[in-house]
Design a binder for this molecule. Structure first.
Ligand code: GDP
Ligand code: IMO
Ligand code: MG
Length: 426
């Protein structure tokens, strides 16, 4: 099963992956990098994961596939911090030898490009993600396997860094980085990371042949996809479910269930169009009650009503078979709840997010359906019977507006705050 974000990221993927991993033998990250921030809360204890798959608190194998751009210092920090929580990584974590590496100069380039864009900046996480994927596509990336051969690594590092330094100094007039300073430090990572390096395609394939349940963990969200999102205000990878195939080396024929995660409202971090954004008391309610601050950068998240028009596109782009609705509890206490069911753009109505210039999208007027709120708490509910009638009505309306089954409803940050409506794992 593939689990993807159906909005602009931060839908609660980490929480859902953690709880689904109970029934899985492996969890695999297949794209993105440490721009992701996936939060787990287990018995009140919070952990934010950036690179290690969100199943690590279970017994399953945790695999980082070839589609992930890898920043080794972040990975090592994450391993250390899990070890202080007595989480065993050995024999559990596997990393594809084909992951492209994120170097310090990728991060400098990300910052320099954002600065140069001024008020048109993307609002990236500043983690070097875009420049690292650019190098992959331009066929000059350094792969994790290159680190295991000092001669190859040094040569590739010098070539790549001289190219980066040229751009930093000449195009952006910013300080560059000395390859000599980097190479010994990075080569010292090789011995630490070597035991985790594997042919992950082979490992995953063997598990699938043996009928094991393997979960594929998306990062970011559908609307941040490099092809299908609100370009250029997107991330630099394909975030849609199809990337689970290219980002692991497993062909698309094995994927049958695709779980799309959506909040009961919408958030977005960074710049770009956001048709249902709220700058009023309701927006303040969502931000405050939802504690909407980025798990990676700490930036406040922009908040707005649920956007069915965008979700319809996500369902198509990902073949979403089931939905998980998170943060229902954040709507508790609102008088009226709105949901965008159509967009009006230059006099035309659209029921699915259209492929138009994103500047035009920012001028679109959402057409809302209004729901009665509920003055009761859904926080921590674990069965549908515990929900007020209006909340049940809200969930079933979302199902019919999207013609897609809501299989899970999340009612709080903790692993235990979940309503299972459909057993998606068989
Ligand atoms: P991810 O990137 O999709 O894994 O999501 P993030 O971890 O970035 O953001 C989701 C935030 O919402 C985290 O702080 C979670 O602990 C929290 N969260 C997840 N599900 C729920 C829920 O149902 N209710 C509430 N109140 N918080 C939730
Ligand atoms: P998770 O996996 C939310 C956003 C950034 C910016 C754009 C490009 O936690 O849902 P990048 O650094 O990727 O080049 O930034 O994408 N972005 C995210 N927003 N959640 C994420 O990950 C994100 N990863 C990147 O804010 O708008
Ligand atoms: Mg996140």
């Amino acid at each position: 099963m593939i689990v993807v974000g159906a909005q602009w990221g931060d839908e609660g993927k980490g929480k859902v992956i953690d709880l689904l991993t109970k029934q899985a033998e492996a969890v695999v990250r297949f794209q993105g990098g440490h721009n992701a921030g996936h939060t787990l809360v287990i018995n009140g204890q919070k952990t934010v994961l950036h690179l290690i798959p969100s199943g690590i608190f279970n017994d399953a194998k945790c695999i980082i596939g070839n589609g992930v751009v890898l920043h080794i210092p972040t990975l090592l920090d994450e391993i250390k911090s899990l070890q202080t929580k007595n989480i065993n990584i050995e024999n559990k974590l596997l990393i594809s030898s084909q992951c492209p590496l994120i170097l310090p100069t990728h991060i400098l380039l990300d910052e320099a490009r954002e600065n140069a864009l001024g008020n048109k900046a993307i609002g990236t996480t500043g983690r070097g993600i875009g420049p690292a994927y650019e190098d992959k596509v331009a066929r000059r990336a350094i792969h994790l396997m290159d680190l295991l051969d000092p001669v190859i690594f040094k040569q590739k590092l010098r070539n790549l860094m001289s190219y980066h330094n040229f751009i930093l100094e000449n195009l952006y007039q910013t300080p560059s980085e000395d390859p000599e300073k980097i190479e010994d430090l990075w080569l010292s990572f090789a011995d630490i990371i070597k035991p985790f390096i594997a042919d992950t395609t082979d490992v995953i394939n063997t598990m699938l042949v043996n009928k094991s349940n393997v979960l594929f963990e998306g990062a970011q969200g559908s609307m941040l996809d490099i092809d299908h999102g609100t370009y250029p205000y997107v991330t630099s990878s394909n975030t849609v479910a199809g990337a689970a195939s290219t980002g692991t080396g497993i062909g698309p024929g094995v994927f049958n269930k695709i779980l799309g995660i959506t909040k009961a409202y919408t958030t977005r971090v960074g710049s770009g169009p956001f048709p249902t954004e709220l700058n009023d008391e309701n927006g303040k309610h969502l931000a405050e009650v939802g504690v909407e601050f980025g798990a990676t950068t700490g930036r406040p998240r922009r908040c707005g009503w649920l956007d069915i028009v965008a979700l319809r596109k996500a369902i198509i782009n990902n073949s979403i078979s089931h939905l998980c609705l998170t943060k229902l509890d954040v709507l508790d206490g609102l008088d009226k709840i709105h949901v965008a069911v159509e967009y009006e753009i230059s006099g035309e109505r659209y029921s699915t997010m259209p492929n138009i210039n994103k500047d035009h999208l920012s001028r679109c007027k959402p057409i809302y359906k209004q729901f009665e709120g509920w003055q009761a708490t859904t926080s921590g509910a674990t069965s549908i019977g515990q929900l007020p009638e209006q909340a049940k009505q809200f969930i079933s309306s979302i199902e019919s507006l999207l013609s897609t089954k809501v299989a899970l409803v999340s009612t709080g940050p903790d692993r235990k705050d979940i309503i299972v409506l459909d057993k998606i794992f068989n």
